[in-house]
Design a protein around this ligand. Structure first.
Ligand SMILES: [Zn+2]
Length: 258
């Protein structure tokens, strides 16, 4: 099995004590490649360092909506110059997006998200999109900017209609812990109805623990459990699902193949 965790924050302090052990355990379970998204300029250098140190680690650079107010002026210009250098392990822009639940100014979030939508177009890179209580606004913006390299609606939660709308705009759905909760019936139904090529796997570790592990640190070690849950939901063998989602991830993040 060769799994790709398309969204895990391995650089977070939560992993400082046992990062190597977490990676070794995940690799032993078949998680071969990892995409680590940025949250703001403050962790860009750490991601570059992590990817240089470890095989199979790729990263995205960008600004997360909840970190928007902590950024200093000129951040998008500095992001553009890092993207222009085209480092080989950089596969996407993000994470970026909108969080309707956050106390961070919505106008500030929007300004940075729109800036990153423009950069995605300019550099032809996929986007890792954080969309919390904002699916309709995010879809409207994607329609307006039409970032040609597409991206992922990370930790997708929403209706079948929203899922289809994102996929029609070239955005895949990031499938993680959410589908392991029985109560997430709307999202589970939406995911079950989508084609394989519209889906990618992710954990969002250390956040978004799976059902049964609420309050605990999430880890890429649990990605095979997300896979098993998805396989059951869609009535397909886990080994086949692993293959289909590897294809889907490589089709989107073409730089994974370099
Ligand atoms: Zn994230």
């Amino acid at each position: 099995m060769h799994l790709i965790d398309t969204h895990c924050h391995l650089d977070f302090a939560d992993f400082d004590d046992d990062r190597a052990a977490v990676l070794a355990a995940s690799r032993a379970l078949g998680v071969a490649r990892y995409i680590v998204p940025a949250v703001g300029e403050e962790n860009w250098a750490a991601l570059e360092g992590l990817a240089a140190q470890e095989t199979g680690i790729f990263y995205a650079l960008g600004v997360h909506p909840m970190w928007a107010s902590r950024q200093t002026s000129g951040v998008l210009t500095r992001l553009a110059s890092r993207l222009a250098a085209r480092p080989s392990a950089l596969v996407a822009i993000g994470e970026c997006g909108l969080d309707g639940r956050s106390t961070v100014s919505q106008a500030g979030q929007l300004e940075l998200f729109e800036g990153q939508l423009e950069l995605a177009h300019q550099f032809q890179l996929p986007l890792l999109v954080h969309s919390v209580r904002a699916n309709d606004t995010v879809a409207t913006l994607l329609k307006r900017y039409r970032p040609a390299a597409g991206g992922v609606i990370h930790a997708f939660s929403g209706s079948r209609h929203q899922a289809e709308r994102f996929w029609a705009l070239g955005f895949r759905l990031g499938i993680g812990g959410t589908i392991t909760y029985e109560r997430a019936s709307k999202t589970r139904e939406a995911v079950a109805a989508m084609p394989w090529e519209a889906l990618v796997l992710e954990t969002d570790a250390p956040d978004m623990p799976l059902a049964g592990r609420q309050g605990m640190r999430n880890s890429p070690e649990y990605l095979p459990e997300v896979l098993a849950c998805l396989a059951k939901l869609k009535g397909e063998a886990p080994s086949k699902v692993a293959e289909l989602l590897r294809d889907s991830s490589e089709a989107l993040f073409s730089r994974l193949l370099r």
